[in-house]
Every structure is written in structure tokens, then in C-alpha cells.
Design a protein around this ligand. Structure first.
Ligand code: UDP
Length: 313
């Protein structure tokens, strides 16, 4: 296949490029490098089946070559980033998705949207199944991300139903691994950086909120299986092993061999406004339709991630 990956220099995008190349496909990674990083794909320079295209997907995408698939991963998924860049976040979910869908339609290519567990908002149903419509505050600080992804899903289904584009929607839950930005503000890079530097781990509020963390190799395997499937309804991709943020902090400290303490803080900015209290994917659909489930245990994946961060802190 000839595949275009938007956000291809980002954390998940770059791992997806690696997998697609390993499977024998040709890959173009498109990125405007706002949060993506050229270093994430530097090892692919010189690979004849790979090329990098520096472009902002919010602008019309002129692309001369044929394409079999457009995988739309360009996004600002860190709450700290989308609080700082709210308009860009809305634009890439709306205009970026429109341009990427338009390109897929013009090329007769399949389209895959990287959506998010944030479409469920602060969920009133637990664990989250794909048929849950969510609990999102449209005017809260997270609304810029959540609503842009909900709009992106609606747009994707409209192109599917009205234009007959072959589409997929992956709802990605918290994912971690090497190539996360050290300063992106999310809990995994924050805690790893703090533990490795011997600084206190900043657990927000009382640390009782829960998340479920999926290692990036499992996640991109799920995205690839979804692409190869014919499933146009949304599919949750994530690891159902749930823990509190306090438990997660303790795990990072232990695996990093760190002497850091835990510090409970209450952010005074909007960072924790509408912060989901609980989050865990129901992955029955992914298991059934894709034959997929995560294989990398937290200790293993976090060990590899900490080792990667250790060289960069
Ligand atoms: N969090 C925390 N300390 C940090 C960063 C995040 O306690 O230094 C919490 C945050 O409030 C949330 C959870 O960890 O409850 C996951 O946050 P993250 O920013 O990774 O992404 P989210 O899952 O909210 O999109």
C-alpha cells in the first residue's frame, strides 16, 4: 500500500510509520512539526519507501502521488498543549480532518481517523463501550479537543455514508512509550522525568482518578489491524488494566529505582477542570472484530519507556 500518515513525526504517528514500513508498505509522513519532532523519524532518512512532507493539514493538501490509505493522526492530544493552543486544536480536528478526508476521497483511498477516549468526556458509564455517547462539557477547557474529535467522527461517518469512502475510527485511550515529548505535560512524561531527576512526582488533587495505559507497540498493532479490517464503526483501542494516578506514581518510582517523594498539588489553572474521574476501555469489539488485545504488561512497557527517558533527562 501507499500510505499517508498525518502527524507522522509525532509520538504514535512515527511508531505507525515504522510498523507500516516493516510490513512492506510505502509511507509518506506529513507533519507541521508544532508538536511532532523530526528526530522521531530521523532513523528513516535514506529509506527509499519513506518520505517526509512538511505541511500543515489545516491547509489544502496537494498530493501528486496515488494513495491507498490516509491515516489521520495529526492532533494536539496533551491537555497542556490544547489549553495553550485551543484554536489550533479545534482547527486540526475540524479543518485538518476535512482536508484529509477530501484527499482520501479524491484518491479513492481508505481513511482512518485517530479519535480518542475523550469523546466519552468524564464518563458516566464504566468501562466505556463504543455505544456510550459520552458526557462532554462543550464550553469547558477540554471542549476544544473533545468536540473537535467528536466533530471529526461525525465528518468521517458523513464521508462514509454520503461519499462511500472506506473509513475507520479508532478511539485511542491513554498510550505511552518512547518518543513522547518530555515536556508535553501528560502524566507519563511528567512522572518519568520527575522520578529520574529525583524531583517530587506531582500528583494532582488526591490521585484517585483512574487511567488505563497502553504501550505504543500494542496500539499501533491495533491501528494496523483496524486499517486492514472493514469496520467503519468506532473501535476502542487501549489497555483495560486500570489504576489510580497515585498507584501509577508509585509504580514509576519503583521501576525507575527513584528516591522521589509524591507531592499532592491542586493546579490553580484549568488543567484539571473536567478531568475525567475514571477511564477504562471495554475492548470487546477490538477483540472480536480485529482479534486484537494488548500484550505488553505495564511493568515491561514502562521499563522500556523509563530507559528511553533516562537518556534524555
Ligand atoms: N496528572 C497528574 N500529574 C501530572 C500530570 C497529570 O496527577 O503531573 C493526572 C491528570 O490530572 C489526569 C491523569 O493524570 O487525571 C492523566 O493526565 P494526562 O495529562 O496524562 O492525560 P488525560 O488522560 O487527562 O488526557
Amino acid at each position: 500500500m501507499r500510505v499517508l500518515v498525518t502527524g507522522g513525526a509525532g509520538f504514535i504517528g512515527s511508531h505507525l510509520c515504522d510498523l507500516l514500513l516493516a510490513e512492506g508498505h510505502s509511507v509518506a509522513a506529513m507533519d507541521n512539526l508544532v508538536t511532532g519532532n523530526r528526530a522521531n523519524i530521523a532513523h528513516l532518512d535514506g529509506e527509499p519507501r519513506f518520505r517526509f512532507v512538511h505541511h500543515n493539514v489545516n491547509e489544502f493538501i496537494a498530493y501528486d502521488e496515488p494513495l491507498d490509505a490516509v491515516l489521520h493522526l495529526a492532533s494536539l492530544p496533551s491537555p497542556v498543549d490544547y489549553l495553550q493552543m485551543p484554536i489550533q486544536t479545534l482547527k486540526v480536528g475540524a479543518l485538518g480532518t476535512l482536508n484529509a478526508l477530501g484527499l482520501a476521497k479524491a484518491k479513492g483511498a481508505a481513511f482512518l481517523l485517530a479519535s480518542t477516549s475523550e469523546v466519552y468526556g468524564d464518563p458516566l458509564v464504566h468501562p466505556q463501550r463504543e455505544d456510550y455517547w459520552g458526557n462532554v462539557n462543550p464550553v469547558g477547557p477540554r471542549g476544544v479537543y473533545d468536540e473537535s474529535k467528536r466533530f471529526a467522527e461525525a465528518l468521517t461517518m458523513a464521508y462514509h455514508r454520503y461519499h462511500g469512502v472506506s473509513t475507520r475510527i479508532a478511539r485511542i485511550f491513554n498510550t505511552y512509550g518512547p518518543r513522547m515529548r518530555l515536556d508535553d505535560g501528560r502524566v507519563v512524561p511528567n512522572f518519568c522525568r520527575q522520578a529520574l531527576a529525583g524531583e517530587p512526582l506531582t500528583v494532582y488533587d488526591d490521585g484517585s482518578r483512574t487511567r488505563s495505559f497502553c504501550y505504543v507497540s500494542d496500539l499501533v498493532d491495533g491501528l494496523y489491524r483496524l486499517l486492514l479490517s472493514e469496520e467503519s464503526d468506532p473501535v476502542n483501542l487501549g489497555n483495560p488494566q486500570e489504576m489510580t494516578i497515585l498507584q501509577f506514581a508509585e509504580t514509576v518510582i519503583r521501576l525507575a529505582g527513584s528516591g522521589s517523594e509524591i507531592r499532592f498539588i491542586t493546579p490553580t489553572d484549568a488543567r484539571t477542570k473536567d478531568d475525567p474521574q475514571t477511564r477504562r476501555p471495554d475492548i470487546t469489539r477490538a477483540r472480536t472484530v480485529l482479534g486484537w488485545e494488548p500484550r505488553v504488561a505495564l511493568e515491561e512497557g514502562l521499563g522500556a519507556t523509563i530507559a528511553w527517558f533516562r537518556e534524555r533527562v
